[in-house]
Design a protein around this ligand. Structure first.
Ligand code: BMA
Length: 357
């Protein structure tokens, strides 16, 4: 029996596995849960992240506009299925010296005296000016919700911010040099360090991609960049032969960190995005214990195959109930709408082990 290590979430959106379903993940009957018109300014709403918040749910949504510019917006929901998304994008504020000292501790703050001055004089040359923002993740960590997203700064890199209330968002320095995408935090420190997965990339439609993990003491300086996993060469698991990238915040289980990820193949019609799952070592999560040879979800439904970018399922968030082991998975469909799917820790971990590479 596999067990999720984490709190109960009795109001997690849920549907039992349909009779006769042979796959480890099944879709919500009412998909897509968010259509193109998620707010007044959206051409499309997809690749978005949700968390439990104040008895209901809050989320950060990628809404591309009618001019196809990409930005991120706050949304709220009482049931995790019906969402109200704001019409104006998140406006970030900079962290002040007092909040920074509080966050990382007086002693640590003393070590990088002078940073504040530097920050001020860099002005518009910093990564705080909005170029574009997309593919957010949200991670509850210690006492606040951290947001990471793909942030335009001379190419894509990983933006980082935090909020306590989904009203005020405090932006920190970008985590990495460009080009990088899919910054995914772990929900607790490991060995005294914050950990983040990412997928270094290029400035275009990257035809490669490995998952790496980086460590930080203060959410600002990231290092110890260890390799986690590569695409699979040859014919063994062709759906993940071009690139792989981390999806939702890893779910802690007694069998390891359960990581749902995207895997991509290059076909004569371009990229096709599917989903896989892996178990990472609890203490040294750059060690992959198991990883699926078979995909767990693929673009088969019309709304996953037809849209602004066809044939994409792209997972960015998962809710998990520590009591029942239920998992609700949020994913972008064809870069156009948002889907919801279900599994359980028992089912998915069983599948990962049984169909491992
Ligand atoms: C990736 C990102 C995602 C997108 C995917 C498929 O590189 O841009 O936002 O869903 O391509 O187009």
């Amino acid at each position: 029996m596999s067990r999720i290590i984490g709190g109960a979430l009795p109001h997690i959106p849920w549907e039992d596995k349909p009779e006769g379903c042979k796959r480890p993940v099944w879709r919500y009957w009412g998909n897509p849960i968010i259509g193109r018109e998620g707010n007044r300014v959206s051409n499309s709403v997809f690749n978005s992240a949700v968390v439990p918040f104040e008895g209901g749910f809050a989320g950060i949504f990628r809404c591309d506009s009618f001019s196809i510019s990409m930005d991120i917006f706050v949304g709220r929901s009482s049931d995790g299925i019906h969402w109200t998304i704001e019409d104006t994008p998140i406006q970030f504020v900079r962290e002040d010296a007092g909040s920074r000292r509080q966050r990382i501790g007086e002693a640590a703050a003393g070590m990088d005296a002078g940073m504040e001055e530097q920050g001020k004089t860099h002005g518009d040359g910093t990564g705080f000016v909005r170029e574009y923002r997309y593919d957010p993740r949200v991670c509850f960590l210690e006492d606040r919700y951290y947001i990471t997203w793909c942030n335009g700064y001379h190419g894509p890199t990983i933006g980082v911010a935090y909020t306590f209330d989904f009203k005020t968002f405090v932006q920190l320095e970008n985590a990495f040099l460009p080009c990088n995408r899919n910054g995914v935090l772990f929900p607790r420190k490991i060995g005294g360090m914050y950990l983040m997965l990412s997928r270094p990339s290029d400035n275009g439609h990257t035809p490669f991609g490995d998952i790496f993990i980086s460590q930080s003491r203060d959410m600002e300086f990231w290092g110890r960049h260890h390799h986690v996993m590569s695409p699979v060469q040859g014919d063994l698991s062709a759906w993940q032969s071009t690139k792989v990238g981390p999806g939702p915040i890893p779910i802690e289980t007694d069998q390891g960190w359960l990581l749902i990820y995207h895997g991509v193949i290059t076909t004569c019609n371009g990229f096709v995005y599917r989903m896989g799952a892996a178990l990472l070592d609890l203490e040294q999560p750059w060690k992959v214990l198991y990883r699926t040879r078979d995909y767990i979800l693929a673009p088969h439904e019309l709304y996953e195959c037809v849209g602004d970018v066809p044939n994409v399922v792209f997972p960015c968030a998962a809710l998990a109930d520590g009591d029942t082991g239920r998992i609700a998975l949020y994913y972008g469909c064809a870069d156009t709408v948002t889907g919801l799917a279900f599994t359980t820790a028992e089912e998915l971990i069983g599948f990962v082990k049984e169909h491992s590479l």
